[in-house]
Design a protein around this ligand. Structure first.
Ligand code: NAD
Ligand code: LMR
Length: 336
């Protein structure tokens, strides 16, 4: 029998699915952008009661799109039903910031959601469920989820900094007038906030003469050490200013990239940035959810080791770690 056995559907949960990122994300998942063009999916969508009707509308559109890979849809306002048997959980539910706010300004509303949903996931998700937190403050929400879902292995709880990573690739590509797929190995260190450190010291660009370092090609160190960094750090705010809404299509696309590479692996010689549980690598306090360069293989990420860190980078990596320590205590004070 030459016919290949059909793959079993993977159950993917999207919380906050009636919101703007959700609306961009679910069709990407249903088209195979997240798990591959031969992987059937069942999409679970969770939102809250005031958004129930809108959520039903998204469900109707998923039916109307007649996606070949989509084997089922569950749309619910019940976290238990939403989490039942899911293999992948993308946590987008929460409140976005508006113009003039910092991401931690949405802290008190959002961390309590992650505390509550931690137990639903812990009790009802499939064993080995991989969790990606998108809602802000993303690193701290992921940390709260981890702490209130102690039976989920810490390796399975991550947050999204791939959007920042992709933004950094985009800035280098624009500056050097090369295609974005010819730039690799930027790093986002730390928090998904304005203290993040976008680092190009190990990044390379494909040229006619092989891969060359970004530092060599962008001879303007001043641009790399100032404007490049602030542009990436402030890009979320720039989008809010322009759209009067926070980024959605790029956030959804980055969430797909994050899960895609985590499940299916990173290409040889390439790393990506993920917010993961710190094991103390690079002197970062263990137990924070901190963005590191990682490679992925067979569904597991590992932090890239042995990169040389100069003094400039060290100070920036420590500053963003300090902000995460502060956020953690702020989060606990919101929960009490
Ligand atoms: P949105 O307001 O359009 O949608 C959020 C949805 O979450 C709404 O439908 C809301 O009803 C729902 N929701 C609220 N509480 C919920 C709960 N307890 N359970 C389930 N659903 C709930 O917002 P958005 O633009 O889609 O953004 C969502 C989040 O993602 C925000 O926190 C935003 O700041 C964040 N974000 C993160 C990144 C990143 O790179 N990490 C990028 C963009 C946006
Ligand atoms: C982003 O980076 O676009 C999101 O985190 C939204 C925001 O508040 O900046």
């Amino acid at each position: 029998n030459s016919k290949k056995m059909a793959k079993q559907p993977v159950k993917v949960l999207v919380t906050g699915a009636a919101g703007q990122i959700g609306y961009a994300l679910v069709p990407m998942i249903a088209r195979g952008a997240m798990l591959g063009p031969d992987q059937p999916v069942i999409i679970h969508m969770l939102d809250i009661e005031p958004a129930a009707e809108a959520l039903n509308g998204v469900s109707m559109e998923l039916i109307d799109a007649a996606f070949p890979l989509l084997k089922g849809v569950v749309a619910t306002t019940d976290p238990v039903e939403a989490c039942k048997g899911v293999n992948i959980a993308i946590m987008v539910g929460g409140f976005p910031r508006k113009e003039g706010m910092e991401r931690k300004d949405v802290m008190s509303k959002n961390v309590s959601i992650y505390k509550a949903q931690a137990s639903a996931l812990e009790q009802h998700a499939a064993p080995g469920c991989k969790v990606l937190v998108v809602a802000n403050p993303a690193n701290t929400n992921a940390l709260i989820l981890k702490e209130f879902a102690p039976s989920i292995p810490e390796k399975n709880i991550t947050c999204l900094t791939r959007l920042d990573h992709n933004r950094a690739l985009g800035q280098i590509s624009e500056r050097l007038k090369v295609h974005v797929s010819d730039v690799k190995n930027v790093i986002i260190w730390g928090n998904h906030s304005s203290t993040q450190f976008p680092d190009v010291n190990h990044s390379t660009v494909k040229t006619g003469k092989g891969w060359k370092s970004v530092r060599e090609l962008v001879s303007d160190d001043k641009w790399l050490n100032t404007e490049f960094i602030t542009t990436v750090q402030q890009r979320g705010a720039a989008i809010i200013k322009a759209r009067k809404l926070s980024s959605a299509l790029s956030a959804a696309s980055a969430a797909c990239d994050h899960i895609h590479d985590w499940v299916l692996g990173t290409p040889k010689g390439t790393w990506v940035s993920m917010g993961v549980y710190s094991d103390g690598s690079y002197g970062i306090q263990p137990g924070l959810i901190y963005s590191f360069p990682v490679t992925c293989e067979k569904g597991n990420w590992s932090i890239v080791q042995g990169l040389k860190i100069d003094e400039f980078s060290r100070a920036k990596m420590d500053a963003t770690a300090r902000e995460l320590i502060e956020e953690k205590s702020l989060a606990y004070s919101c929960l009490n």
